[in-house]
Design a protein around this ligand. Structure first.
Ligand SMILES: CC(C)(COP(=O)(O)OP(=O)(O)OC[C@H]1O[C@@H](n2cnc3c(N)ncnc32)[C@H](O)[C@@H]1OP(=O)(O)O)[C@@H](O)C(=O)NCCC(=O)NCCS
Length: 281
């Protein structure tokens, strides 16, 4: 069994000292007040915080010792001004944010980089109809995405696009070359006015481009649009065995509402359908 004590390096020691000093509700409040007021005398702090003078001085001393708080050197004790050391707070923030960056998985970093470098998402136009039909047909043929079985043509999708209202937009994701690699739409859930604030949606990514963060980006953009359009809730129906779809919805914090068992007949087999929802407000 190893019994050696871990010796922190200088940077770790500074972080630990600051965290220890801050891990106290009274000191935390002192820091919040100093951040807001820029500087204060101990008398002003005592007026603002329910602390006895002696414990206030102890806390200030601990914060000074940790390098979080500075004090003006001139003047007698009651007129000294206390303020935060901004560079100390910046140091702590930079250290923790560096840890956050490291903690993100490599896969996620690659995904974010790919998205930032290559992704454009915009409203679909008539010119996108052929690509949308192609990608939709891949999803239909896969038999893991939809109960739809009828393949579509570019003309049919062009009519579908033309018939959509501004409350039911279609978005497309483009790669660096401008090719459509995925699409997503907000669909009417139910025409009754009482359901005006609920919207159904679809998201489809080209087979060869799946697993690269495109579905994630499309769903993020769709959710943003749904909020802008004033929807209260997004809902979906999916196959429980659609692992990428379920993962995508989980990631976007959709909650399971229930399962319709043996809801559809696809290729002579019963399929279950999962219902999910996400409240937007
Ligand atoms: C479902 C679909 C839209 C997801 O889009 P995507 O671009 O492939 O997915 P992303 O790369 O954005 O990944 C989303 C999540 O699914 C996970 N995922 C992707 N492919 C996966 C796979 N084959 N198996 C398991 N999980 C997978 C990703 O790891 C990611 O989860 P994470 O962020 O926790 O790592 C896409 O796969 C697709 O178009 N499928 C066919 C059509 C379809 O099923 N549409 C949904 C109908 S309900």
């Amino acid at each position: 069994m190893k019994t050696e004590e871990l010796i922190p390096n200088a940077q770790e020691a500074r972080v630990l000292k600051m965290l220890r000093a801050l891990a106290n509700p009274a000191r935390f409040r002192i820091v919040l007040v100093l951040a807001e007021r820029k500087d204060c005398t101990s008398g002003q702090l005592a007026e603002l915080l329910p602390l006895a003078q002696s414990s206030l001085f102890d806390h200030l001393a601990a914060l000074r010792e940790a390098g979080v708080v500075q004090v003006s050197s001139d003047g007698p004790n009651p007129n000294r001004y206390y303020c935060l050391d901004p560079s100390a707070i910046d140091f702590l923030t930079a250290y923790l944010s560096g840890l956050g960056q490291q903690a993100r998985s490599w896969k996620e970093l690659v995904k974010v980089a790919q998205k930032e470098r290559t992704m454009e998402i915009r409203d679909a136009t008539r010119e996108d109809a052929a690509a949308i039909a192609h990608i939709y047909n891949q999803g239909i043929e896969d038999r893991s995405a939809t109960l739809e079985t009828q393949l579509r043509t570019a003309e049919e999708r062009a009519e579908w696009l033309a018939a959509r209202s501004s409350r039911h937009p279609v978005l497309v994701a483009l790669d660096q070359s401008g090719a459509v690699v995925g699409w997503a739409s907000l669909n009417s859930f139910n025409p009754r006015p009482a359901y005006d604030y609920v919207v159904d949606f679809s998201v489809y990514v080209a087979r060869e481009r799946r697993g690269q963060g495109i579905g994630d980006a499309l769903l993020g953009a769709l959710e943003e649009r749904a909020r802008l359009l004033g929807y209260h809730k997004m809902v979906l129906a999916a196959f429980p065995g659609n692992a990428p779809g379920m993962r995508l919805y989980e990631r976007h914090e959709f909650q399971m509402v229930g399962i319709y068992h043996e809801q559809g007949m696809l290729d002579n087999k019963w399929v279950d359908v999962v219902l999910m929802e996400k409240l937007l407000h």
